[in-house]
Design a binder for this molecule. Structure first.
Ligand SMILES: Nc1ncnc2c1ncn2[C@@H]1O[C@H](COP(=O)(O)OP(=O)(O)O)[C@@H](O)[C@H]1O
Ligand SMILES: [Mg+2]
Length: 171
């Protein structure tokens, strides 16, 4: 049976990197597997949503609906998205078969140090609103199946393996 692996965390925590690692391994075993990254998904749908609270929530709901659809069509989804809304986590758990939620943890201090997209520094200077973790709230997943601490940028293979082990797809 297909499953949805929902990998979440703040911007820069390592979702895409770790998720892509999981996807590559899963895909080799089952070609009916897709990688759905929140940023790419926005683009695929024509970048019609912005990053305010309302649009972030709408994007999360779209991703929820897409995951639900794909799993119902027996396609595995490795989904990497911030989408840190309890409402959406609850909806996922209720409506998506074989839903597995993984939180990529990283200290705020380290995220600010990484500042890959310069979102945090701009938000801290008051130049940018709606940056989750700085001036926009988020719901930390409470019932997730696994938390991976990625505060240190190391052991990528081990972190990927932990997820594969959880979902029972080691190869
Ligand atoms: N475990 C890791 N080992 C080495 N580099 C990592 C690891 N996790 C993340 N990175 C690096 O950290 C940065 C942020 O990761 P990314 O996956 O883009 O985060 P997110 O998708 O959560 O915004 C990238 O430059 C990525 O290459
Ligand atoms: Mg990413």
């Amino acid at each position: 049976m297909a499953k949805a692996i929902w990998i979440t965390g703040l911007s820069g925590s390592g979702k895409t990197t770790i998720g892509k690692g999981v996807y590559d391994k899963l895909k080799r075993k089952d070609s009916n597997t897709v990688f759905l990254d929140g940023d790419s998904f926005r683009e695929i749908l024509g970048n019609d949503l912005r990053h305010n609270q309302q649009d972030r929530l709408e994007n999360a709901k779209r991703i929820h609906r897409m995951c639900k659809f794909l799993v119902s069509e027996n396609i595995n989804v490795v989904c990497t998205t911030m989408s840190l809304y309890k409402e959406v986590h609850d909806l996922n758990r209720k409506e998506i078969n074989n839903y597995i939620e993984i939180f990529i943890e990283c200290s705020m201090e380290e995220l600010i140090r990484r500042d890959q997209k310069e979102l945090y520094s701009k938000a801290l200077k008051g130049k940018l609103d709606d940056i989750v973790g700085i001036n926009a709230p988020f719901d930390k997943p409470l019932n997730c199946e696994l938390i991976i601490d990625n505060t240190q940028l190391n052991d990528l293979d081990t972190k990927v393996y932990k997820i594969l082990e959880l979902i029972g797809d080691i190869k």
